[in-house]
Design a protein around this ligand. Structure first.
Ligand SMILES: CC(C)(COP(=O)(O)OP(=O)(O)OC[C@H]1O[C@@H](n2cnc3c(N)ncnc32)[C@H](O)[C@@H]1OP(=O)(O)O)[C@@H](O)C(=O)NCCC(=O)NCCS
Length: 393
């Protein structure tokens, strides 16, 4: 068989864009007519195609956004809709597409890249590793039994959007891994696929202290559930107000379902543990630019320390080698060089960076090594809330 020449880049025009929409429509079982406007919303500059011998064989979408780590928003690019036409599969097209995309992001100065994997080996070969979780929580509406109306819960209007987005940011920035959402992602919250979610805000003295977005989703065995696309409570009053609101649906709606965190403080406001949480999938991160990623995130304010480490990265030469990370009062300085006391490969660095795994846990995978003291220092510097996000892309 003749060798295939593979190249990667943005689509050159309408013909390539339509070819990609047809491939992705088939790969994800989406109507092509729905995909084309969404692709335009993503922006053609954020679309990549992979060509085999000059013909479009597949592609992906880039979603520029931020991700909160240690209270600071780190620029990341989400990778979405990775697909290769069935007739071109199994020849390395996807692997080359991902690698070239990561190299391109590095050239643009992007710190991180984040994605949901349908298959891990593909993304691992480009330096991605598990770095946070996506959960589903379920709670029978009858189990809520909260009645507290100190906060007024009312239907949100367009004018509430800035205050809702500010409440989300205040909530998201105290976690790790939550997204600093782009307009595209906000639209997914307000208009989830095939539905329109209604927003409700919890207000006290004219100030929005929490909100939720909800739509009725038919259950598999009849009836319906309340599907939330966002649930944020910044105060006890707002949390109890939103729970009271959800509880008021108990005569008809069976369950409340949402993609939250099993340790969300709103769950402490419930009298009993009638809810369940299930890990749906772990998302993956690629540290695209090691010094930029380390310098941009925040760190525990009470933890000052220094680690000398050496990174192995076969794809991006400027990530490969020794670095010194010095953390003082929550801020980092990063410089090349140092004594390379801790050795870590680029995949293990992703899991450490987000706080998904401690350095001790990573040492057990063989992808990180160092003295007990250096390993413990690394764990302390990257310690924080367990990374998660409510968004799927
Ligand atoms: C997944 C997909 C993009 C792979 O495309 P491809 O060009 O055939 O992949 P490659 O030939 O570059 O394979 C790269 C690696 O990915 C993995 N991989 C590829 N196809 C896979 C599949 N269907 N299932 C599981 N792993 C797969 C393999 O580990 C492979 O490495 P190997 O050949 O050394 O074992 C393609 O099968 C596809 O479009 N599927 C439908 C859409 C989809 O699932 N997209 C992924 C969304 S995250």
């Amino acid at each position: 068989m003749q060798a295939t020449t593979i190249d990667v880049g943005p689509p050159t025009g309408k013909e390539e864009t339509i070819a990609l929409a047809e491939i992705l429509g088939l790969a994800f079982d989406y109507p092509v007519a729905d995909l084309t406007p969404r692709m335009e919303q993503v922006g053609l500059e954020n679309v990549r195609v992979v060509r085999a011998d000059g013909r479009v064989a597949g592609g992906l979408w880039l979603l520029p956004m931020g991700q909160w780590f240690g209270g600071r928003s780190v620029p990341t690019v989400g990778i979405s809709m990775v697909g290769v036409a069935p007739e071109y599969r199994g020849r390395g097209a996807a692997a080359q597409l991902i690698k070239a995309t990561v190299q391109g992001l590095h050239a643009e100065g992007v710190a991180l890249s984040t994605l949901y994997p349908a298959t891990q080996p593909l993304y691992r070969s480009a330096g991605y590793e598990q770095a946070g979780n996506y959960y589903e929580l379920r709670m029978p509406t009858k189990s809520i039994r909260v009645r507290d109306r100190r906060a007024t819960v009312r239907l949100a209007g367009d004018a509430d959007r800035p205050a809702i987005e500010a409440a989300y940011r205040a909530y998201a920035r105290r976690s790790n891994g939550t997204l600093d959402r782009s307009e595209f992602l906000w639209q997914r919250v307000r208009e989830p696929r095939g539905h329109e979610a209604r927003g409700y805000v919890a207000e006290v003295d004219g100030r929005i202290e929490g909100y939720l977005y909800v739509f009725n989703k038919p259950g598999k065995t009849g009836g319906f559930n309340l599907q939330l696309t966002d649930l944020v409570a910044l105060t006890e009053r707002a949390g109890l107000g939103l729970l009271t609101f959800l509880s008021s649906h108990q005569s008809m709606a069976r369950q409340v379902r949402w993609h939250g965190h099993p340790a969300d403080p709103i769950l402490l406001l419930l009298a009993e543990q009638a809810h369940t949480s299930r890990l749906d999938i772990s998302w993956m991160v690629r540290v695209v630019d090691v010094p930029a990623a380390l310098a941009t995130r925040g760190y525990p304010a009470a933890c000052n320390g220094e680690i000398h480490f050496s990174v192995r990265d076969d794809l991006i030469p400027t990530n490969h080698g020794p670095f010194v990370l010095k953390v003082t009062e929550g801020k980092a300085e990063v410089a090349p060089g140092g004594r390379a006391a801790l050795e870590v490969d680029i995949r293990a660095l992703a899991s450490l960076y987000t706080g998904y795994m401690t350095a001790e846990a990573l040492a057990a995978t063989g992808r990180l090594s160092g003295s007990d003291l250096d390993v413990a220092t690394a764990s302390a510097i990257f310690a924080g809330p367990s990374p998660w996000m409510p968004d799927m892309f």
